[in-house]
Write a protein that binds this ligand. Sequence first.
Ligand SMILES: NC(=O)C1=CN([C@@H]2O[C@H](COP(=O)(O)OP(=O)(O)OC[C@H]3O[C@@H](n4cnc5c(N)ncnc54)[C@H](O)[C@@H]3O)[C@@H](O)[C@H]2O)C=CC1
Ligand SMILES: O=C(O)C(=O)Cc1ccc(O)cc1
Length: 289
Amino acid sequence: MRQHGLAGEITGHDVLPETRQVALDIGLVDRVFDSAAGAVEGADLVILCAPVGAMGDIAAEIGPHLAPGATVTDVGSVKQAVIEAVGPHLPAHVHFIPGHPLAGTEHSGPRSGFATLFINRWWLLTPLDGTDPAALARLRGFLETLGANVEEMDPHRHDLVLAVVSHTPHLIAYTMVGVADHLRRVTHEEVIKYSASGFRDFTRIAASDPTMWRDVFLTNKEATLDILGRFTEELFILQRAIRMGDGDQLFDYFTRTRAIRRGIIEAGQDTAAPDFGRAVQPPEKQGKG
Ligand SMILES: NC(=O)C1=CN([C@@H]2O[C@H](COP(=O)(O)OP(=O)(O)OC[C@H]3O[C@@H](n4cnc5c(N)ncnc54)[C@H](O)[C@@H]3O)[C@@H](O)[C@H]2O)C=CC1
Ligand SMILES: O=C(O)C(=O)Cc1ccc(O)cc1
């Protein structure tokens, strides 16, 4: 926002005083407030960046302090639950436009942000019926200036899609690392030390913030359970193929999944690797995030 001159002043609040201090020290914000209400007073744009389970309480606190015509958005990984928790607390004179940037890392805290994070990443907006088109266009323009590719989506669909491409994969990573850790304990083997790159990717994901991911699964319960059910069915098919020595089935399955990956690359949609080349250093080089 600073690089593009998008805000006259950036104010912030976090429940933790030490986090407020870091945000101020590193220049992430111009001023911090010890209450969320103080931080939103007079703001044109309010962005809620807390765990999904905390959004409702924050909305209840800021509701009476929002300026008429302000836009309120959020970055929560789940959308229906945020809409249900936040919506009722906001006055009719503000524009509530829920959002979700598909960009981030396993790191948390104010030091983990970097200016290029959103470049060429999807930023999904799930506007409610009757959203003011001018406010929506303003927010879209703001996010596009940050480099994001903005798309609108129905919130229910968002939660299902994200359960497939993000939430369930995170759960699988957590589980796989848990299995390896259990094996290490019972066999006293150094399975983690010798982990190859696929497993390393799992350990990176499994290092993500426990509060954030607890809230994701508590609030996107239905979609995650649906996708987990489908995942388990596929797993059983592969398990059976291995047991039966059905090489053809395994080969065909893996050929199909390889084609999916290649399709993503050819469509130019593999934006998984953040472009750390510009502006700010990646979080792992900035010390503790
Ligand atoms: N980490 C990631 O890669 C991504 C995260 N998200 C979403 O963004 C949101 C924030 O996640 P991160 O920035 O990664 O987490 P973070 O842990 O870096 O920041 C969240 C902050 O919220 C504060 N907080 C918690 N409860 C609060 C309350 N009641 N009032 C005020 N502050 C409170 C915490 O102290 C913490 O500093 C979550 O909803 C998450 O689902 C969305 C896309 C990517
Ligand atoms: O670290 C990763 O690979 C991520 O997947 C980051 C991420 C986490 C949560 C989101 O809702 C969106 C992106």
